[in-house]
Design a protein around this ligand. Sequence first.
Ligand SMILES: NC(=O)C1=CN([C@@H]2O[C@H](COP(=O)(O)OP(=O)(O)OC[C@H]3O[C@@H](n4cnc5c(N)ncnc54)[C@H](OP(=O)(O)O)[C@@H]3O)[C@@H](O)[C@H]2O)[C@@H](O)CC1
Ligand SMILES: [K+]
Length: 497
Amino acid sequence: MTKILTTDQIRALDAYVIKHEPIASIDLMERASQQFVDWLEDNAGDAHCYGIVCGTGNNGGDGLAIARLLVELDYDVKVWIVEGGKPSADFEINRARLPEKVEVHMITGTPAPGIFDWCTLLVDALFGSGLSRPLEGIYADVIDCINAAEALCVAVDIPSGLRADGPSQGAIVRATDTISFQVPKLAFFFASSARYIGDWHTVNIVPWNLCEDFFEKTETDHHVVDNVYHLKKHREKFSHKGTYGHALLVAGSYGKMGAAILAARALLRAGVGLLTIHTPARGYAILQQAVPEAMVSIDPLEDYASALPSSDGYSVIGIGPGLGQADVTVKMMHKILEAYRKPMVIDADALNILAAHRELLSLVPPGSILTPHPKEFERLAGKTANEFERLEKQKALARQLRSVVVVKGAYSSIASPEGVVYFNTTGNPGMATGGTGDVLTGILTGLLAQSYPSLDAAILGVYLHGLAGDLAAHKLGVDSLIASDLIRYLPAAFRKI
Ligand SMILES: NC(=O)C1=CN([C@@H]2O[C@H](COP(=O)(O)OP(=O)(O)OC[C@H]3O[C@@H](n4cnc5c(N)ncnc54)[C@H](OP(=O)(O)O)[C@@H]3O)[C@@H](O)[C@H]2O)[C@@H](O)CC1
Ligand SMILES: [K+]
C-alpha cells in the first residue's frame, strides 16, 4: 500500500530528503525534472514543439529545468513565464541556467488568443503544490489559453489551479496527463478531478529506501492499493468444503433473477465451500439450472423474498442483488438483521432498504461490508457538496456501523471501521454496466465465508473484481464488456495475484 500524503506532508518529505539523503533542493528539482523529461520521451517523444508555461515558484522552476533538458535533447522549445509573485531561489537558478538560445516570453497582461498555437505539447508548470488560493486574473486568462490550445498538455506534479487536498475553485488547467512526484495526490481519486488530471502517473524522485522511515512514521487516513498478494490465503492440502465456509445469498426477485445468478456464480468462483441461495419460488428452476453447484432455499412467495427459514449455520450472508424493496422483503430483512450477528455483505436493494428504514442501521452486524455506488451512498448518508466531503461521510458511516464501507467507482474507496481509506486501482470503464456490482457482492461474500477479516476481504475482493475486468478488457476491449465476463476472468485474476 502506498500512502497518499497531504501537500504539507509532501513538503515535509522534500525537507526530510534534502536533510537526510542529503541533497540540495536544486538537485532534487533537477531529478524531478529529469524524471518528467524521461516520461515525455517515452510517451510523447514525437511532439516536437514544446511550450513550457511557468509560474515563478518551484513548479515554474521545474518547468525551466524541463525546458533546458528538452533543448539538450534537440527538441524545439519555447518558454512563457507569467510574471507576478516573488520568484523562488530555485526558479532563479534555473532561469540563469536556461541556454540563451531559448525564446522566453514574459506574460505581463492578458495574453492574445492563440498564443500557444505553435506548440504541439504544452508543459503546465504554472503552479504545483504551493497553490494557496483560487487562480484568477492573468493566471486564469493564461489557463484559458492553455485549455483552448490544440496541443497536448502535460502537467508538472498537479494541474495548475487544482487543489490536492480539498475542493477547487477558480481556473484550472485541463491536462491530458499529469506527472506527479513520488506519490499521487488525494484529488486524483475523484471523478470530479478527472477532466483536469487526464491520466496520472507517478515518478520517483527519491529512492524508496531513502524515505522508508519517513513514510513509516507519517500518519495518513488514505492509501492506494497497489498490491494484494500478501492478503491472499492459501488453500491447505487437507482442507474440505467445510473449511471454506457456507454462504447464504439472499438475492433475486421477479424480473431480477439475473442479479442472483451473477452474484452466485461469482461467489462460487471466489472459492466458497458451500452456497445456498434464498430466492422467491419463481427463481427455483432458474437457479438450479444456472448455478448447479448451489443449493436453493425457496421462499413461500412466488415473486419476492419474504421469509428466511433460518440464518443459523451460515458463515456469512450476502444480501441485496435484485432483491427488490417489497414490504414483505423489508420485514424479512429486519428479522435477518435481528437474528444474525456475523458479518454480512449488504448491497443494492438491501442498502436502499437500510436508507429508507434507518432504524435498521443499528442492527447491521459489526464487521459487515456495505457496497453502495455513489447514488446509494447518498441515500444512506445524505447529499454532499463534493467528493472530499463524501469521503469524510464515508469514514463516519464506517465508524458508526463498525463496518467496511466501499463506495464503488473508477477508484473504489474502501473505508475501514477505523475510518482509514484504501483506494483501489484496478478496473476500467467497460465495467460501468449493469450486473458488475452483483459480481462484486458475490466475490466479497465468498471471501468472508472463507474467514478473511472484513477489511482484507474488501480490499482483496475489490482488487480482484477490477483485475478480472482488466483481464477481460485486455482480451475483449472495454466496449463490449459485460458482467458475466468478470466471472469468466476471475480465475485468471486469482492466478495473477
Ligand atoms: N520542495 C521541493 O524540494 C521540490 C518541489 N518540487 C516542485 O515544487 C512545487 C511546489 O513549489 P512551491 O512550493 O514553490 O509552489 P508553487 O506551486 O510553485 O507556487 C507557489 C507560489 O505561488 C504563489 N501562489 C499560490 N497560489 C497562488 C494564486 N492563486 N495566485 C497567485 N499566486 C499564488 C505562492 O504565493 P503565496 O501563497 O506565498 O502568497 C508562491 O509564491 C511542486 O509542485 C513541485 O513541482 C519539485 O521540484 C521536487 C522538489
Ligand atoms: K502544474
